[in-house]
Each structure stands twice: as structure tokens, then as C-alpha cells.
Design a protein around this ligand. Structure first.
Ligand code: SAH
Length: 263
């Protein structure tokens, strides 16, 4: 259901909740929990419809990169009439103190590879007059609470991540897997000098944010930090997703949907 003209702060109750995962390993556990699952193929993608923790939901994979994620988000809105989008995935930690095993809940998004200067200011999305696209504050509050609760959970205290914390702030997206300490530092400094203090970097969120802004659709995003965007960022990436990010996402989504029911 679209809510044209309304500020993105409330969610129509009957419209399904879209749960967007970045990687198949993260999505598998959610599909297994679906009540009355039904798979629909559309736009060369699989969408899973069903019930989850008391809500009608549509599960989808964003796929990797901004264009793929924008297509998935648009299909969720146009074809499946979702009322909001919740995104779970992994990201590289850029901000000081944002470490592997932590969770970042996004306040807003920026595209670190957007550069139409000198026609438009660096990082500004041309013809939008905007550089940063905000998440829905009400949904983000719930997602933050859901994440905090999940990380305090015994069974998620994976070895080495007992001190995991939940952060809230700006996430940068771009079509590049950032895996060099120098590159990560440069990226962070360049954005900071333009007034943008980035906590984490990934490859899809800003695209989903822009689509949701176009449609006035509320959305919220959590990312588990899988790496520090440095030279070892690629090491054991699939193993981390399997062992840490996937169980995190499952518990956080469960907590989130339960909190949403109480609203
Ligand atoms: N190894 C994976 C590919 C992962 S690509 C595979 O085989 O399918 C990286 C994914 O993790 C993207 O969805 C991106 O959003 C996120 N990500 C994690 N760390 C990142 C980093 N350092 N830079 C950019 N994206 C990162």
C-alpha cells in the first residue's frame, strides 16, 4: 500500500512488512520460519510471502549493489504493496569504535561514490537537492531496541563478540567492496571533511533509501559489522555471515516484529 503525501512515520497495518536480506545465508533461516510460505518469481527475483511472528511479510534478497537493491525495493513496493521495508545485512565498520560483531542501526544514508561535481556538490544526488536520505525514526527506534535486546541474549554471545554494542548513525553505500585500510581511512576522512561522519560502509542501503524516499515509504536498516573495510575484510566473509550475521538477523527480526505488534 502506498501512502502518497503522508510523512513516512506510520505504517499501514494490513500491508505486509518487507524484510530485505543482503545475502542468501541470512534469508534462509527466515524462510524456514514462514507460515503458509508462497514463492512468487518477479523481476528475475524470488519473493517469499507468508506469515512471520504475527505479521504478513514478504521476504526478498536485495542482491548486491545499488542498482540491484533499487530494483528489489521498487518491486516490493509496486508489485507486493508492502507497507514498510526492514533491511538486514552486513557492513564494514568505518567509525571509531565500530568493531566486528557490533550492529549499526542506520539513521540515514549517503552514496560515497556519488560525484556529479562541479555541476552539483560532491555526494549530492542530482536533481534531488539532497545528500542524505533519512530512515523512518519510529521504525528505527524499534529496530534499535530489537538489536540491543538480541545482543544481550546469551545464545548470541558468540566467542569473541561478548562486548558487542549497537550504534546508531550514518551509513555510506557505494558500488565497491571496501577492503583496504588506506582506502577506508581516506573514505572516512573525505566524508568527514564534508560534514558526514560515517559509521559503516556497504553496497545497497542508500539505493533503498532513495527509492523509499521517492515512494514516501517508511524503512529501517540494521547492519552487522562483518569487517573493518581493511585489508582483511574478505577473510572468512561467508563464515562470518553464517555464524554471526545470520543468527543476529533472525533474532533481531523476531524482536522487531514482536515490538511492532505492540504498537
Ligand atoms: N562474499 C559475498 C559477497 C559479499 S559482497 C558472496 O560471495 O556473495 C559484500 C556484501 O556485504 C554487500 O552486500 C555489502 O553491502 C556488504 N559489505 C560488507 N562489508 C563491506 C565492505 N567492507 N565494503 C562494502 N560492502 C560491504
Amino acid at each position: 500500500m502506498k501512502i502518497n503525501g503522508m510523512p513516512p512515520t506510520t505504517m499501514p497495518s494490513l500491508a505486509p512488512v518487507a524484510i530485505l536480506s543482503a545475502l542468501p545465508q541470512e534469508q534462509r533461516g527466515l524462510i524456514n520460519l514462514l507460515q503458509n510460505p508462497r514463492k512468487v518469481c518477479h523481476a528475475s527475483r524470488d519473493f517469499w510471502l507468508g506469515g512471520l511472528h504475527g505479521h504478513p511479510v514478504v521476504l526478498a534478497l536485495s542482491r548486491i549493489g545499488k542498482v540491484a537493491a533499487a530494483t528489489t525495493a521498487t518491486a516490493l513496493i509496486e508489485r507486493f504493496g508492502v507497507g514498510c521495508i526492514i533491511f538486514t545485512g552486513v557492513a564494514g565498520g568505518l567509525g571509531e569504535g565500530v568493531k566486528v560483531g557490533d550492529v549499526v542501526v542506520a539513521t540515514d544514508f549517503i552514496q560515497h561514490d556519488m560525484d556529479a561535481s562541479p555541476l552539483f556538490p560532491r555526494y549530492q544526488v542530482p536533481l534531488y537537492g539532497k545528500t542524505r536520505f533519512p530512515c523512518d525514526p519510529a521504525l528505527s527506534v524499534l529496530l534499535f531496541a530489537a538489536s540491543q535486546d538480541a545482543l544481550s541474549h546469551e545464545s548470541l554471545a558468540v566467542h569473541g563478540f561478548q562486548q558487542a554494542s549497537v550504534h546508531q548513525g550514518l551509513i555510506a553505500s557505494g558500488d565497491r567492496f571496501v577492503c583496504g585500510a588506506g582506502e577506508a581511512r581516506q573514505l572516512r576522512q573525505a566524508m568527514a571533511s564534508a560534514g558526514h561522519d560515517v559509521l559503516a560502509v556497504e553496497m545497497e542501503g542508500a539505493a533503498v533509501a532513495q527509492v523509499c524516499s521517492d515512494y514516501r515509504l517508511p524503512f529501517a536498516v540494521m547492519r552487522t559489522i562483518s569487517d573493518r573495510a581493511d585489508d582483511s575484510a574478505h577473510v572468512d566473509f561467508p563464515a562470518f555471515v553464517q555464524a554471526v550475521a545470520s543468527p543476529y538477523a533472525q533474532v533481531i527480526i523476531k524482536n522487531f516484529l514482536e515490538l511492532l505488534l505492540k504498537k
